[in-house]
Design a protein around this ligand. Structure first.
Ligand SMILES: Nc1ncnc2c1ncn2[C@@H]1O[C@H](COP(=O)(O)OP(=O)(O)OP(=O)(O)O)[C@@H](O)[C@H]1O
Ligand SMILES: [Mg+2]
Length: 373
């Protein structure tokens, strides 16, 4: 799949920007704070519906203008698509309009899976260092791209979970009865079951791809076991029984303590949890291997090459990691990078040089697209 063009109106540093991406690899260069990552963030919004940096809509509207608009054309399996996301803010109200080929999509959920990207950024280290919630987010994002049904189940599960948690608090303060909990057990267990099954299947399918990707990076030194750690014994076979078993603990704590929202994606070497005991280098390799494996997994399951969006990560790679990265760049489809300059990057590689463009964000709000290589 290929992103062919991008238009920004009143987004971050850009009042008005039109870019085309004719080359396979595009390098966005330029001094710090000129707006390179802003462009990747905008592409990310067409893909995910929100900022990969976790920014709010108000943060992203150009100079507090209260609105922004992003659109892009892309090619996917020989068909052309026009996608746009427009946001209007008034006070605390947000009006969002998402369109695909002039048809309005009803939610962000409907957007996910249209423009398929894999984003690599310096904050990826949080997948290792940021705790189980970050690892679940990684898992949920890959599965949501691969299967829209999964995202639906997750949203419904989270809704039921919020209702049950609110009820647990009410029961604790004697504003509701214990028997009222039963209404939520069946729907919660049903969706917990679907999500857990999909995650366990993913852990099995992803395992080999992840092992290969890690092998490429560390040359076989770091053999890690990836597994989904469940939150209770009965969770996989009989989630309703697992939920029932922990009712008194849930009541004492005031929230649901069993289910997909408490699961953890674990990475272990000789039974030691790498996210807790690994060295900096091991954790960086883990995270890079996960992103490369995410690319291969989506490529295999969706039968198309996701677009790589790479925010500033190349420079911090060393030795084997850089080699694996260069190999990925030879094999991948389209990739867009940000980097202050091209010094020290391996662009002497012929397969890379032959199809690349360099754009310079020469001042905030403007991009020079005719930079000689
Ligand atoms: N809503 C906004 N309106 C106008 N300017 C903004 C807005 N949000 C951020 N900026 C400006 O955007 C710039 C940061 O852009 P960005 O993160 O894309 O920079 P960068 O080129 O990637 O820098 P670095 O090389 O340091 O990563 C800052 O100067 C910031 O003030
Ligand atoms: Mg940046």
């Amino acid at each position: 799949m290929n992103l062919l063009s991008l238009q920004l109106r009143d987004f971050r540093t850009y009042a008005n920007l039109n870019l085309r991406f004719p080359a396979r690899l595009t390098f966005l260069t330029g001094p710090n704070a000129n707006g390179k990552t802003n462009i990747l963030e905008a592409v990310g919004i067409l893909s995910l519906g929100k900022s990969f940096r976790g920014a709010t809509d108000a943060d992203m509207a150009h100079a507090n203008e209260g609105h922004y608009y992003i659109s892009g054309s892309f090619e996917k399996q020989n068909r052309m698509y026009d996608l746009s996301v427009g946001v209007e803010l008034s006070g605390s109200k947000i009006k969002r309009k998402i369109s695909l080929n002039d048809k309005t999509l009803s939610s962000r959920q409907q957007l996910i899976g249209r423009l398929v990207t894999v984003i690599m950024s310096p904050t990826d280290i949080l997948i290792s260092d940021g705790g189980p919630a970050h690892r679940r987010r990684f898992l949920d994002m890959v599965l949501s791209y691969q299967n829209p049904e999964y995202l639906n189940n997750l949203i419904t599960y989270n809704r039921a979970l919020r209702q049950r948690n609110a009820l647990l608090k009410k029961i604790k303060s004697q504003k509701a009865r214990l028997a009222d909990l039963d209404v939520w057990t069946a729907p919660l267990a049903d969706y917990a079951h679907k999500i857990t099954r999909a995650r366990l299947q993913f852990a099995t399918d992803f395992d080999q791809i992840f092992a290969e990707s890690l092998e490429r990076i560390s040359g076989g030194r770091d053999r890690l076991i990836m597994r989904l750690a469940l939150s209770a014994g009965l969770e996989a076979e009989n989630p309703a029984a697992a939920i029932q078993k922990y009712v008194s603990r849930d009541l004492a704590l005031g929230y649901t303590t069993v289910g997909p929202h408490r699961q953890n994606l674990m990475f272990e070497k000789n039974d030691a949890d790498i996210t807790r005991f690994g060295s900096q280098g091991q954790k960086r390799s883990l995270v890079l291997a996960l992103r490369i494996a995410q690319f291969s997994y989506l490529q295999k399951t969706l039968k198309l090459a996701p677009i790589l969006l790479i925010d500033d990560v190349i420079r911090e790679l060393d030795g084997g990691r850089r080699g694996a990265f260069v190999q990925l760049l030879r094999e991948c489809g389209q990739a867009i990078f940000t980097t202050p300059d091209l010094d020290g990057l391996m662009i002497s590689d012929e397969r890379i040089r032959s199809d690349m463009a360099v754009y310079e964000v020469d001042q905030p709000g403007s991009v020079n697209t005719s930079v000689p290589i």
